[in-house]
Design a protein around this ligand. Structure first.
Ligand SMILES: NC(=O)C1=CN([C@@H]2O[C@H](COP(=O)(O)OP(=O)(O)OC[C@H]3O[C@@H](n4cnc5c(N)ncnc54)[C@H](O)[C@@H]3O)[C@@H](O)[C@H]2O)C=CC1
Ligand SMILES: O=C(O)C(=O)COP(=O)(O)O
Length: 428
């Protein structure tokens, strides 16, 4: 006789519980720099109180406005320095509706229990497409020809104008944007080489080189796609420009601090560089208008754009969805997946009919913390718990079964009173 073991029955899970904050009241969010309507809709549907501005705010106004909000959404312009964040007593979370997060003091934010989210790749394709457009535009001197013709000058010439087929593109920083650019350039018949501090799988026929100097010496076009860090500051200066082939082109859509602008302007005027396409600047105007000063103005074959690499409808729309959803998940459920300055944690939602309370605790990553936290929780049934650390801070999520709502305040106060506590939230 054969016996079959009974099929394992899945635990029945009801609909997930819509958790709400115990101690934050109504969630207020400040949105700056024209966050896309897709993001605003998600935040509205979550029931948050929204104040949205099309532009960045001056530091003085921002210091006032940030005092009262639980969340803030911004793009690359707004600088959230430690000085500004020090005013933000209620702030739980920052959403960078862009790729770069260098505008936020990430360490200060983490140390104060403020999680930061961004959109790691929603505008990568837009930047890569702009680079392709500019590689051809520089090769055909389109900027100069169109300016001349707008001024009434017909200047039909083929001098120093080239096809891009067979030319070498050197990509500095082979991350999301660099790799995307590599694939398109490769398909257009360019020879692609790249330099990155990490070992990254080359795509298509692209080849890595060992040093930046090697890349500069070989490339007809150098395109920069590194983040702003101490190491990338002035990565391209007079020395590097002079290592480039005479008449080569520079494309810069990373961060303004990566390039020494006076050195590039001098090389453009002397003919050492055959042209440049620059999208980002060490100092960018605060708002749209006739307010742009730079040594680059008037340089030959120089395409200047006002930080529009990621500015397409497609990119902004998907960034809106991605970052707003991350903010809602963090505020409503405590999920930190995708945070750039926090340990990444998530646990399954409790079922709607449960008496579950979710504890979210950011604490100093020191020995003995969990013992103290679990001492407080030991009077209750801990259904699930996860904790992870990142450098000096750690984040704990715990679902606890609490029969009597009057215990919520007790749990909250006792966890908050621990010496290790940075920030405590309860959702129920
Ligand atoms: N102009 C615009 O509108 C936009 C600009 N950006 C800028 O582009 C940068 C790059 O974006 P992603 O490709 O998404 O970033 P990513 O993080 O995917 O890639 C950056 C790459 O640079 C490499 N890297 C870092 N330091 C380096 C160094 N010293 N030398 C060589 N390689 C180095 C990294 O290892 C990584 O592979 C962003 O950090 C942002 O500042 C991003 C989007 C739009
Ligand atoms: O995504 C980025 O890092 C960018 O530089 C684009 O910034 P923006 O959203 O145009 O202010």
């Amino acid at each position: 006789m054969t016996t079959t073991s009974p099929a394992r029955q899945p635990v029945k899970a009801g609909p997930p519980k819509a958790l709400k904050p115990f101690n934050n009241g109504e969630i207020k969010i400040l949105l700056l720099e024209g966050v896309n309507a897709t993001g605003i809709k998600i935040l509205e549907n979550a029931g948050y109180q929204i104040e949205a501005h099309a532009k960045a705010l001056s530091p003085e106004v921002l210091k006032e406005k940030i005092k009262d909000v639980h969340a803030i959404g911004l793009r690359s312009k707004t600088q959230l320095t430690a000085e500004i964040l020090a005013e933000a007593k209620k702030l739980l979370v920052i959403g960078c509706f862009c790729i770069g997060t260098n505008q936020v003091d990430l360490e200060y934010a983490a140390a104060h229990g403020i999680a930061v989210f961004n959109s790691p790749f929603s505008n990568s394709r837009s930047v890569a497409e702009l680079m392709i457009c500019e590689i051809i535009a520089l090769s055909r001197q389109l900027g100069d020809r169109t300016t001349e013709l707008h001024q009434g000058t017909w200047n039909k010439t083929s001098k120093n104008c080239n096809e891009i087929r067979g030319k070498t593109l050197g990509i500095v920083g082979y991350g999301h944007i660099g790799a995307q650019l590599s694939v398109i350039a490769d398909a257009m018949g360019m020879v692609v080489i790249f330099y990155d501090v990490q070992q990254i799988m080359p795509l298509g026929l692209a080849k890595p080189v060992d040093t930046l100097d090697e890349l500069l010496a070989q490339a007809d076009y150098v395109s920069l796609h590194v983040p702003e860090t101490d190491e990338t500051k002035n990565m391209i200066g007079e020395r590097e420009v002079n290592l480039m082939k005479k008449g080569a082109y520079l494309l810069q859509a990373s961060r303004g601090t990566v390039v020494d602008i006076p050195a590039v302007a001098a090389a453009l005027r002397s003919g050492q560089l055959g042209g440049a396409a620059i999208d980002v600047y060490p100092v960018e105007p605060f708002a749209n208008g006739p307010n742009f000063e730079s040594e680059l103005r008037g340089c030959p074959n120089t395409i200047l754009t006002p930080h529009i690499g990621g500015s397409t409808e497609e990119a902004q729309s998907s960034i809106g969805v991605e970052v707003a959803s991350a903010l809602v998940r963090y505020v409503n459920n405590g999920t930190t997946l995708g945070a750039v300055n926090f340990p990444e944690c998530d646990i399954r939602s409790p079922s709607a009919d449960s008496k579950t309370v979710r504890l979210l605790n950011t604490h100093h990553n020191v020995p003995g913390v969990l013992k103290q936290i679990n001492k407080v929780l030991s009077d209750f049934n801990i259904e699930k718990q996860i904790v992870d650390s990142r450098g000096p801070i750690a984040y704990l999520m715990a679902d606890i079964n609490v029969e009597h709502p009057e215990d919520y305040q007790k749990i909250y106060e006792r966890i908050e009173a621990l010496a290790s506590n940075i920030r405590t939230r309860l959702l129920y």
